[in-house]
Design a protein around this ligand. Sequence first.
Ligand code: NAI
Length: 459
Amino acid sequence: MTHDLIVIGAGPGGYVAAIRAAQLGLNVACIEREPELGGTCLRVGCIPSKALLESSELYHEAGDGLKKHGVKIGKLELDLAAMLKRKDATVSALTKGVAGLFKKNNITRYEGTATFTGKGALKVEGKDNAELTAKHFIIATGSKPATIPGVELDGKRIGCSTEALSYDEVPEHLVVIGAGVIGLELGSVWLRLGSKVTVLEYMDHILPGLDSDLSKEAHKLFKKQGFDFHLGSKVTGAKSLKDKAVVSVDGMDDIECDQVLVATGRWANTDNLGLDAIGLETNKRGQIEVNEHFETAVEGVYAIGDVIPGLMLAHKAEDEGVACVEHIVTGVGHVNYDAIPGIVYTHPEIASVGKTEQELQTAGIEYNVGKFNFMANGRARALGDTAGWVKILADKQTDRVLGAHIIGPRAGDLIAECAVAIEFGASAEDIARSCHAHPTLAECVKEAALGVAGRTIHM
Ligand code: NAI
């Protein structure tokens, strides 16, 4: 069987690339070894974690937060099985949706593992078995949880995000290794449901890579929520015993707990792809290097998403998939890496786009800062959700928006406006002079933009 394009992997990068290629008239196949389409993001990542974050936040609000709204409820009870079932139903609806999109776009789907057998050829083994050829291949095989020396994932008491999405009872004590995005999102879920959550982080701050103002504010707020943080802590081992797990940390007593969540980053999925057969090498981190058009060192073979260097984000992979396919078909395709937002779905949410203050300082770029607190916003007050702020960074000479950093209610939705501003090359004044409806949280973005020129109105 031959196709114009074969996409390996049906995560957000792969399935979106396949759909865009079909729209552009290519005969497309997509190979996925899991029975469900959608990849880690849909099956065991973004979607189920957001479902649980929503449910656990409602449970937490019902227990404590509703009182301030004058809403009293009787005895609060957790039905964890029902909560997990709703999460599974959310996932199932979306993975079926992707299967529907494949049908609508006439994409041929192979269920099995793809291995290159030589230039321009691969075999599929699994539920479907086939030998296929194509002119173009896109490797979009994603990533898997990274492990650390001395810590072996057993899937029972020591697991990764996949297990932490499905604990069948609320752990009395959960130890999270790594205060990155996964550790804090899933740590939040179980903290709200009643676990004691200890977070062991190697660095001296949480959420490395974020603007340091954000990371400091988040640390302060999350500590208040009850997270037990141990920064500068190097985990040296973890083992499962019969009815508990024990975690060893340099310079600390061993910690006993019920569950360990290892959230220390992810590794590119490039094993068993038969890259040798086409003469394609990975870098030291096991990733596939590409040029700006996502071409690998082998002609006709492209790679996108978590398998290539850069941020591991579903929406980055999607944009890369589209740009890669558009370049193949039209000769033009581009991703603006300065305008890719990143969101942490904790409460409050944390969202960022563009450069951090630290990056601007390192690059020697002069900038102005505008900042506005949610506390001074009418809608945030009405919601009863006032922690956090919006910060906008703009070039000192041109006023062009270079970065935006938000911690607060619905930060993940508010950041979209800032990403569009950066994409359009907007100035802070462009945002400040755009009418923002009242009363909305988005007014904080406008006020922060006004703040760049030192003229916020409400603060
Ligand atoms: P991460 O890279 O965000 O954080 C890992 C943390 O583990 C770091 O803070 C690191 O310093 C720490 N660490 C590493 N080794 C350690 C050790 N031996 N002892 C203690 N701490 C140690 O990785 P994470 O949270 O596992 O997420 C993986 C990827 O998935 C990230 O690239 C993330 O962007 C992505 N993701 C994105 C989400 C979102 O966009 N909302 C949600 C979940 C994951």
